[in-house]
Design a protein around this ligand. Structure first.
Ligand code: FAE
Length: 537
């Protein structure tokens, strides 16, 4: 099994890395590409998107011998730009950084209240998107690999008691015994060497935050990651090219990160049955009277110009366009009458995983270091605090200078949920989320960090998030829900009201997980795909 998978990985990687990445790209086994016409009119299975859920679906379909086309609206990130790198640097972002923007929209808007973080850029299908929905903005990855291209790689497994609360209809024994271990192994999850963590200057920022947490009587935990910590050590030693130690993360990592294009998707392409097409946006789905579905697909070039609108038929349709993308596709189909039997639950049960960012100012003697690794490795785990559960990742702020700032992304248990409505004028799904709905999340984060500040005689930073705020609650990295498991779908992601139609991504998760979500999204997709392949319905 292992050697087989390794061979497939290598085959897949070859296919991915030799494909041209600009404009329209088809990535697949040579045999499949050679016999197919340029526009595929029909595929047995289509997977929409290429993030975590999609990558699992593509691999397992490919291994089952099902010819599968993956349609991804972003590009393949494998071709170096003029600077010799695939991804731009975080300190000098260019057109590659963001999805069709004229200026970057980084989560940290300011430093010392100054607008020194964002840069003017030219519009391009860049790797990070910020989808603005009024009171809530959602960061997502664009390209082959989805969020895996831009995320912090943190790969925790939620505590079982909370998982059971979130997913009462899912067998936790199976998840924790089979699917979580399978997902972690496939994703390349690894742990930091504790001795190195204690000694390296690159995690001094985390050790300072840990000291303040421990002073307050709080527990900290190491958080596993899909960034190769062995590579990171070699970066520090000067024997490997720097990425996490060169400030790279939200606009992509040029080295070290096991993003999906290097794991699941490479293996999927390596089966010889899976083809990935880039710059393909699925905008419509309707039933095929002869069975299956017909998709409307828009091909764009790198200027954003639509170069082709085509139809593509399939027998089975797997939606993995992420919480926003999948929900929009299904909501549009229901509201325009294309798929009228979809459940009223489509568009409901959305949440930002209680995300809140905050930052504290340290005393002069508590230096956090000019050198900071971009991959978080430690979290404050106060989830057992029944009155005020918070899991706060200790986030780096790599600015190349000493700034005495401790940063955090707090994940809280916010019971508020949003919903999507279809806006016919713009033909898009709009998120209904009011700013007040963040209050439980901000209160929980404030409760925790007030305690830390009181105990350590420190204060909040107000200069980083715009508007003189200590808490950034207007954006999320963790959009969850919209097509919740057991509500809009059955308990395996099979969409209610239709056959051969499946949701495989983060839209299945009902708004909250208590930890960073991609391992769970992957494990759930593994579970659901195993069942769907055995019993497609
Ligand atoms: P996702 O990965 O979002 O993939 C969806 C894909 O579908 C994307 O490639 C889209 O371009 C594509 N798409 C969308 N609409 C269409 C369409 N109509 N037609 C064709 N393609 C389409 O979905 N999570 C963690 O667990 N740990 C972390 O450390 C972490 N850090 C993060 C940091 C940042 C900056 C961001 C943005 C996210 C972070 N996340 C993290 C969240 C994580 O990346 C996210 O939960 C998963 O990527 C969601 O996986 P999905 O399969 O749902």
């Amino acid at each position: 099994m292992t050697s087989n998978l390794t061979r497939r990985h290598i085959l897949g990687l070859g296919a991915l890395s030799t494909a041209a990445a600009l404009g329209f790209t088809r990535i697949g086994a040579a045999s499949a590409a050679a016999v197919e016409p340029a526009a595929v009119p029909y595929a047995p299975a289509v997977v929409v998107g290429s993030g975590y859920g999609s990558a699992v679906a593509a691999l397992r379909l490919g291994q089952a011998g099902v010819r599968t086309v993956v349609l991804e609206m972003g590009r393949l990130w494998d071709t170096p730009g003029p600077d010799g790198k695939v991804f731009p640097s975080t300190s000098a972002p260019d057109h590659r950084s963001m999805w069709f923007r004229t200026r970057t929209e980084a989560p940290l808007a300011q430093f010392l209240w100054l607008d020194v973080v964002n840069r003017d850029i030219s519009p391009y299908p860049g790797v990070l998107d910020r989808v603005n929905h009024g009171a809530m903005s959602v960061y997502v990855g664009r390209g082959v690999g989805g969020g895996s291209l831009v995320n912090g790689g943190m790969a925790p497994t939620p505590r079982r008691s909370y998982f059971t609360e979130v997913f009462p209809g899912v067998d936790a024994d199976e998840m924790y015994g089979t699917y979580y271990p399978r997902a972690r192994a496939m994703l390349g999850v690894n742990d930091i060497d504790p001795a190195w963590f204690e000694s390296t200057e690159w995690y001094r920022f985390a050790r300072i935050s840990r000291k303040h947490a421990h002073n307050t009587g709080l527990k900290t935990v190491f958080v596993p990651n899909v960034y190769d910590f062995g590579h990171m050590k070699r970066e520090a030693a000067g024997t490997a090219p720097r990425s996490a130690l060169a400030g790279e993360v939200i606009y992509g990592n040029n080295h070290g990160k096991k993003s999906l294009d290097k794991t699941y998707l490479a293996a999927a392409v390596g089966t010889g049955n899976v083809t990935i097409e880039t710059m393909q946006r699925v905008v419509g789905v309707r039933p095929d009277p002869a069975g299956g579905y017909v998709l409307t697909v828009r091909t764009s070039d790198v200027t954003g110009k639509v170069t082709q609108v085509r139809e593509l038929g399939c027998r089975q349709l797997f939606l993995g366009a992420g919480s926003l993308g999948t929900t929009e596709i299904l909501l549009r189909a229901r509201e325009t009458g294309a798929l009228p039997a979809l459940s009223e639950q489509v568009g409901r049960g959305w949440g930002p995983n209680g995300n809140v960012m905050t930052a504290r100012a340290n005393h002069l003697w508590d230096t956090v270091g000019a050198h900071q690794a971009t991959m978080p490795a430690l979290g404050i785990d106060d989830w057992d605090n029944a009155a005020n559960p918070v899991f706060a990742e200790i986030a780096p702020l790599p600015m190349g200078l000493e700034h005495w700032i401790s940063m955090y992304l707090a994940i809280t248990r916010n019971p508020e949920r949003g919903h999507f409505t279809y806006d016919a004028a713009t033909d898009s799904a709009r998120l209904n989320w009011r700013r007040e709905q963040n209050t439980p999340a901000v209160d929980a984060a404030k409760n925790l960090f007030d305690r830390i500040n009181r105990r350590n005689f420190t204060i909040y930073r107000y200069d980083l998030f715009g508007g003189n705020r200590a808490f950034a609650d207007d954006f999320t990295y963790h959009p969850l829900g919209g097509c919740v498991l057991g509500d809009a779908t059955d308990t395996y992601g099979r969409v209610k009201g239709y056959q051969g139609l499946y949701v495989v991504d983060g839209s299945l998760v009902p708004g909250s997980l208590g930890v960073n979500p991609f391992v769970t999204i992957t494990a759930l997709a593994e579970r659901n795909m195993e069942r769907v392949l055995a019993d497609p319905r």
